[in-house]
Write a protein of this length. Structure first.
Ligand code: HT7
Ligand code: ZN
Length: 889
């Protein structure tokens, strides 16, 4: 397969003004008729006079130009295109094709999920339904007719407004939809099925009434309240924060159970992975509830950032995804708590994006070439892309940023544009020069900020030197310094903030956070007027996506951990302190943690003033994979041992404190009476209650590292009487630690009980698979193999595949990296099995193996061998071919 390159971009030679589509729907064989109004694009270079349409896996039945059936000599069809020779400047093209939804296991184009038919068109799925100019800079008005069996598919949905419905002979019926907004083909959708619906409505700021319809399988109708509330909150938030109103009279969401990603923002008809719609306190964790709110908001926000203003080409993907992730992160921060949201976002960035940026798949936020665009829906495009928008928002300040986004919406509404157009709006509305900032879009790799400081006591001057560099990434050996905001504060001995005044500034500047701008490879900042040597609180709010190094003493980190008013910096100090202790324990296994660490931990645990949700973050140890990223070569076993040992030591040293805090927090929870299976109160789903549960379950997690009978009983009780899935799963996680110990019976009982309770609920059963796949017990690999043969495992359901294979490979470092290579073998076998069925998913699952260079020589050899084995297979997909090429060559 050949790469597509940004530098080769050419405007489309033809435009499609209107697309009239008719789908005669059937799971086995669907007929798609298209009538396209096509004209030559005056802004494009004239080619050879022929029209090239994209089309894959289509059986062409009829073709006519301006109502004249075309003889075969006038067109050429191959596996990927339909070329019609010598077309006029303006014409209508009619085609009729046959497709096979039930045979579509890739879940791109039209496919079946359970008993329903649905589509996924982004990025290039539309071409699997009809011949088209399937590229985002071709925007057409769509009118759609759906015809199907009325009993099997009573609900027929597409984008825009419902126009008409008819009953047809032979038990069939018809629905017509028309979307008044021109859109690229990737935003097309249809859904057909026997679906239940819940309804609500929303009055926009200008007083228009929008009907909100949420569709699901009938048995799930009572689990959609949270998604609907989240949608309404997102609609209001977008009006208040960006002045963006919804533009159609109807907004629909459909929950489907077979879905490659989280959700899809099709115009007026969002299609969602059921995981991001369905929730009740008994079946979904607090994290699930937060995930639903964030994904519902994300897809809704795309209506402006993605749909009204779309991407010129797929290299610009971050234009819509980076901006929309930024918007959903800010929405979630406003709903649930700013510090805790930011910490979660930073944690995710460090866990996934930083390794990507340091590995073989590193690419700029705006990539310059791809073989398979599905491989570029990455954390770099999404999450790092959001960081770039966040930095621009910070450099501009809130008022100017709002003026810049207003300008963006006004200038580009209805267009397909580039990240460059976005940055130009930031500049034009603010007067700032972002020339150097643009490097963030072009250069891959995470910049490192090396900071040092010295203190001149006599003068009260504190000098901070910041050097920035970025290591080479594939294809980019040289990097230039970047422009970024560095937010910081200065903390005194008593924990209070000190003034942050730079030398030469005329007016006194008080204490608090200050944003400095970095542009050079080396910069020195001189802070004056200080009465004592401060501890710098650097990169507050994680103001730039960088790795910052500063030679803090343990005592300084402890001070920040206890007193930094910036929650993110407080958390970061705790992480650095724990990381230091843990990496020392990896090198010298039996070292006890310094008493100062235990004391700092105890102090935070006992902090009654701080938000429990923040404390849960501060007291969580860095993950095994994060610790691995800090090492030259990942010592998988050493890290696991050290982390477990430290948790045992904390649990032993602070048993009483942990128990006290546990009980104090647990008192808030309603519990179920097992016999009556009912709760005394409704579970509280407020952010405050979620924070309390997070801290309580963190305590339980520590306690279960050194469980005596009392702790075991407490964990069993929590599991058995939990009123929420959050508490039940935390109990189960504790008990499953007993697998392969002499108390294994308790783990098995709980797992059996869980299965019996929830075997009919696919999303909960996913948790049952995942929790077992992630257990660090020695027998896990064998159990994962057994679970692959379990009656409830299905290779055709991406959620199930992710919950077993993905959870094992990406979420269980110690078992996946077993020294004999058994984990690697399992992943390679499953990827090989999946690739012919669903290459998009196969290529994503492979990711843990692509990081092979990070490991010791023996593991490298084993991982490489599996990758080579996959590459040697006949007929691998372009998706896999591209990833294997990048990580092996
Ligand atoms: N814009 C969507 C990205 C997407 C996708 C979604 C579902 C299945 C396949 C997909 N390919 C690409 C999702 C989003 O970012 O909102
Ligand atoms: Zn998105």
């Amino acid at each position: 397969p050949k790469p597509t390159r940004l530098e080769d971009y050419q405007p489309p030679e033809f435009l499609i003004d209107r697309a009239e589509l008719r789908f005669d729907l059937d799971a086995v064989e669907t007929l798609v008729s298209a009538a396209l109004e096509i004209r030559r694009n005056p802004a494009a270079k004239r080619g050879d006079g022929s029209l090239r349409l994209d089309g894959e896996q289509l059986e062409l039945l009829e073709i006519a130009l301006d109502d004249r059936a075309l003889p075969p000599v006038e067109y050429v069809v191959d596996e990927r295109t339909l070329v019609v020779q010598r077309v006029p400047d303006r014409f209508q093209l009619r085609t009729r094709v046959r497709i096979h939804p039930a045979a579509n296991t890739a879940l791109e184009g039209l496919y079946i999920s359970g008993d329903m038919l649905c589509t996924q068109c982004e990025a290039e799925g539309f071409r699997r339904m009809t011949y088209f100019l399937d590229r985002p800079d071709v925007m057409a008005r769509f009118a759609v007719t759906l015809v199907a069996d009325a009993t099997r598919y009573p609900v027929l949905l597409s984008n825009g407004n419902p126009i008409d419905q008819e009953t047809l002979p032979g038990g069939r019926h018809l629905a017509r939809w028309e979307d008044p907004f021109p859109k690229p083909s990737y935003l097309f959708a249809l859904v057909a099925g026997d679906l239940a619906r819940i309804e609500d409505s929303f009055t926009t700021a200008s007083g228009r009434e929008v009907a909100l319809h949420l569709y699901m399988e009938p048995r799930n109708r009572d689990k959609c309240g949270h998604a609907m509330r989240s949608l309404k909150a997102a609609m209001r938030w977008d009006e208040e924060h960006y002045g963006r109103e919804y533009d159609l009279d109807l907004f629909m969401i459909v929950a489907v159970s077979h879905f490659n990603m989280g959700a899809m923002e099709n115009k007026g008809l969002n299609v969602f992975n059921a995981k991001y719609v369905l929730a009740s306190p008994e079946t979904a964790t607090d994290q699930d509830f937060a995930g639903i709110a964030s994904v519902v908001a994300h897809e809704y926000f795309h209506n402006w950032t993605g749909n009204r203003i779309t991407c010129r080409d797929w290299f610009q993907l971050s234009l819509k995804e980076g901006f929309t992730v930024f918007r959903d992160q800010e929405f979630s921060a406003d709903q649930g708590g700013r510090d805790v949201q930011r910490i979660a976002d930073v944690r995710a960035l460090r866990a996934r994006q930083f390794p990507e940026d340091a590995g073989p798949m590193a690419h700029p936020v705006r990539p310059s070439s791809y073989i398979e665009i599905n491989n570029f829906y990455t954390t770099t495009v999404y999450e790092k892309g959001a960081e770039l928008v966040r930095m621009q928002a910070r450099l501009l300040g809130p008022e100017r940023f709002r003026a810049a986004t207003d300008l963006y919406f006004q200038r580009h509404d209805g267009q397909a544009v580039t990240t460059e157009d976005f940055v130009r709006c930031m500049e034009d509305a603010s007067g700032l020069d972002l020339t150097q900032f643009r490097r963030w879009y072009e250069q891959a790799g995470t910049p490192v900020l090396e900071c040092t400081a010295d203190w001149e006591a006599g003068q009260g001057t504190y000098r901070l030197e910041v050097r920035q560099h970025t290591d080479p990434t594939p294809g980019q050996p040289e990097k230039s310094p970047r422009h970024m905001p560095l937010a910081l504060g200065l903390i005194g001995t008593d924990g209070r903030e000190l003034p942050v005044q730079l030398a030469g500034e005329p007016a006194p500047i008080g204490p608090g956070t200050r944003v400095l701008e970095l542009r050079e490879a080396r910069q020195v900042f001189e802070f004056v007027g200080l009465s004592e040597r401060p501890v710098p609180s650097l990169l507050r709010g994680f103001s730039a996506p960088v790795k910052l190094r500063f030679p803090y003493s343990d005592e300084e980190l402890t001070r920040l951990m206890a007193a930094d008013p910036d929650g993110v910096a407080r958390w970061n100090a705790a992480q650095q302190l724990a990381e230091r202790v843990l990496l020392a324990m990896v090198v010298t296994p039996d070292t006890p943690p310094p008493q100062a660490f235990i004391d700092a931990f105890a102090a935070a645990l006992g902090d009654q003033e701080a938000d429990p949700a923040l404390l849960a973050e501060v007291l969580a140890l860095p993950s095994e994979s994060y610790l691995g990223d800090q090492m030259q070569a990942v010592d998988v076993d050493g890290i696991h041992r050290a982390r477990e040992a430290l948790m045992v030591q904390v649990a032993t040293a602070l048993r009483a404190d942990l128990l006290e805090r546990y009980h104090a927090l647990h008192r808030f929870e309603p519990v179920t009476d097992q016999a009556a299976a009912s709760t005394d109160r409704e579970p509280d789903l407020s952010p405050a209650a979620m924070g309390r549960r997070a801290l309580k379950n963190l305590c339980l997690g520590y306690l279960m590292r050194a469980p005596d009978d009392a702790v075991l009983a407490l964990c069993q009780r929590q599991y058995a009487t939990a009123a929420t899935m959050t508490d039940r799963i935390a109990g189960l996680r504790g008990l499953i630690r007993l697998r392969d110990t002499d108390q294994a019976e308790l783990a098995e009982q709980a797992l059996t009980d869980f299965y019996q309770r929830w075997s009919q609920d696919a999303l909960v059963l996913d948790k049952w698979f995942a929790i077992q796949a992630q257990a660090s017990a020695p027998g896990t690999l064998g159990r994962v193999k057994q679970l692959l043969r379990h009656a409830n495992f299905s290779i055709g359901n991406p959620n199930r595949v992710r919950s077993l294979i993905g959870a094992f490979a990406a979420g269980n470092p110690v078992c996946f990296h077993a020294a004999d290579g058994g984990g690697y073998r399992l992943l390679a076998e499953q990827v090989a099995r999946l690739d012919p069925l669903n290459p998009q998913l196969a290529s994503r699952l492979l990711h843990p193996l692509t990081q092979w260079r990070r490991h010791d020589a023996s593991r490298q050899a084993l991982m490489r061998a599996e990758l080579e084995g996959l590459r040697a297979r006949d007929g691998i997909s372009p998706d896999l071919f591209e990833v294997l090429g990048k990580c092996l060559d």
